[in-house]
Write a protein that binds this ligand. Structure first.
Ligand SMILES: [Zn+2]
Length: 130
């Protein structure tokens, strides 16, 4: 792990999945399950979905915990293996983009559009971050 080299792009491409989105998982044992994105990893194109893609880790007892056993932790899922669920129509959808004036300064900002119903998908991250 320590020697793992990662490519560092000049800018990190934004994922089509954002923190706070509800997503549908398309692959793996949690296929067809929904969950909330709690973190995104643009560098590796992965997202962490709350309570999904849990992996069992067998821990040896050590000085700090004094007990071993099986610990379950969520592992990030590749962004291509999840589908964003539209906040407007509730359907899993592909994402489109358009630019509209937004915010106080009315600057052109990219907005995500549901390919299903054509409405803008609401960003949940502001609420999550609190
Ligand atoms: Zn929609």
């Amino acid at each position: 792990m320590a020697t793992k080299q990662t490519l560092t792009p000049h800018h990190l491409a934004k994922l089509h999945v954002h923190t706070g989105d509800e997503v549908l998982i398309l692959t793996g044992k949690d296929r067809k399950q929904r969950g909330k994105v709690v973190r995104t990893f643009p560098r590796s194109n992965r997202v962490l979905v709350e309570g999904r893609n849990m992996v069992k880790r067998h821990m040896k007892p050590d000085q700090s915990t004094r007990q071993g056993g099986i610990i379950e932790k969520p592992m990030p899922i590749h962004a291509s293996n999840v589908m964003v669920i539209c906040t407007e129509c509730g359907e899993p959808t592909r994402i489109g983009h358009d630019r509209v004036p937004q915010g106080q300064d009315q600057k052109l900002r990219v907005r995500r559009i549901c390919k299903h119903c054509g409405k803008a998908i609401q960003e949940q991250s502001r609420i999550v971050r609190s």
